[in-house]
Design a protein around this ligand. Structure first.
Ligand SMILES: *[C@@H]1O[C@H](CO)[C@@H](O)[C@H](O)[C@H]1NC(C)=O
Length: 428
């Protein structure tokens, strides 16, 4: 404990305070240190305000950590060695996060998501992206996860579908306190805000992805798994795994030849330049090396296909209402911060049903595969309206779960604008 201090040694550490006052002052670092003692006393500073504002305590260690090593890189293409030891050492120097190794924070998650840098071609694309991001922020707030939204290319060659790997790699280094990184494509909607990832299932695994073993290993299909959503452990194995996966992409100078090899290995991909085909190929080619630590998840909607889901939302809402009508405890108003507790209480009533397979449990993730909300270039087999309407319905279905804690409910799943107040003790 003697090695940590609550007095930051560099002014930028105070950014944790989230004060616009301070953020503006950072621009002039030179005067900041002189001003600092004054700002801290100023009545407008959150640390000095009582009532509305809360105080954030940030502790930083003065000890040297891996961050002080000038050769440390956040990028794919630069080796990172002994990451597990480095993470442990950092945790050791940050006792408030060390609980992450053992205690209730054992499975700390940072969600990483993002979108392409330029404006959307689809006229409603930017609005959809905003709502899709809001949905993820809501989920993270309710579950206590952190979230990082990236919309820059962190690696020059890795654009388009490959752009997700560099921020995942960087997030691992930026969040040594997090055990997991959950990547969510922008077109994934969390449709069960109470859903807790079943970490007990994943204890011996480092990478979780939706898929089917026979589709990968027997059919050799590029649709054997879906890389739109994946959970990856923050460890050396994952650093190496991402490096290998990325080496099958456009960062490899021989990418064109590789594409030919991947095309010949898979049975159903004409243009295999994407990260999903590359991963199926890697699973086939190096199953011995990676397969044991990869969990192919299909026990719930880890990446639920939207076409089979969006028409069933009213039926699911109806079943959940029936449960709440019978269980007065679930109808209680509550603080959002403890809403997770009601989620656990609800589990008792969901025992007899399933997420998917004809059940009425809320699907964890409804994934709008093929809809391309930003570009608007959706798969031609879906009508334009079916993609956007489906997305709107999924977003409102999720938003109803959020707004419940704020006292409102949407007038209909197709009605994004209007809500009604939730009656006391509803739906009794
Ligand atoms: C949304 O709800 C409002 C108020 O109930 C109603 O006037 C409006 O027509 C609804 N819009 C749609 C698209 O359902």
């Amino acid at each position: 404990m003697a090695k940590t201090t609550t007095i930051p040694t560099k002014p930028f550490l105070f950014l944790r305070d989230k004060s616009p006052f301070i953020a503006a002052a950072v621009a002039s670092l030179l005067i900041l240190s002189a001003l600092w003692s004054f700002i801290k006393q100023a009545p407008s500073s959150p640390t000095a305000t009582r009532g509305c504002a809360t105080t954030t305590t940030t502790t930083e260690s003065r000890d040297t950590t891996f961050y002080d090593d000038p050769s440390l890189s956040y990028s794919i293409g630069s080796p990172l060695k002994n990451w597990d030891e480095k993470r442990q050492q950092w945790l050791h120097h940050h006792p408030s996060f060390a609980a992450a190794a053992t205690g209730v924070l054992m499975n700390r998650v940072v969600v990483v998501t993002g979108s392409q840098p330029p404006p959307c071609e689809n006229p409603v694309g930017d609005l959809l992206l905003l709502r899709l991001f809001k949905n993820k922020v809501d989920y993270c707030r309710i579950q206590g996860h952190d979230i990082f939204y990236n919309n820059a290319f962190l690696h020059q060659e890795m654009t388009s579908v490959w752009a997700k790997l560099p921020p995942v790699r960087a997030a691992m280094v930026a969040h040594p306190e997090a055990e997991w990184v959950l990547w969510l494509d922008s077109d994934a909607v969390v449709t069960d805000m109470e859903f807790k990832l079943p970490f007990e299932k994943y204890g011996n695994h480092n990478f979780v992805v939706n898929g089917w073993e026979d589709m990968i290993y027997e059919k050799r299909s590029w649709l054997g798994l879906n890389t739109g959503i994946f959970l990856i452990r923050n460890c050396q194995w994952s650093i190496d795994f991402i490096e290998t996966w990325a080496s099958l992409g456009p960062a490899n100078p021989n990418h064109d030849e590789l594409k030919e090899i991947i095309r010949a290995t898979l049975t159903d991909k004409e243009f295999p330049g994407d990260e999903q085909s590359a991963l199926v190929y890697l699973m086939l080619k190096e199953k011995e090396k990676w397969g044991e630590k990869v969990f192919i998840e299909n026990g719930y909607s880890f990446s639920g296909y939207w076409v089979g889901i969006v028409d069933g939302f009213e039926r699911i809402e109806e079943r959940y209402r029936a449960v709440e009508a019978a269980a007065s405890g679930l109808r209680r108003r509550r603080g959002e911060a403890v809403s997770w507790w009601y989620g656990e209480m609800r589990e008792v009533y969901l025992k007899g049903t399933t997420d998917g397979s004809g059940g009425w449990r809320r699907p964890f993730i409804t994934h709008f595969t093929g809809c391309q909300p930003c570009s608007g270039h959706h798969d031609p087999s879906y009508g334009r309206e079916s993609c956007w309407n489906g997305m709107e319905r999924a977003l409102n279905f999720a938003d109803n779960q959020v707004l419940r804690n704020y006292g409102f409910v949407h007038d209909g799943l197709g009605n994004s604008s209007f809500v009604s107040p939730l009656q006391f003790d509803s739906p009794a």
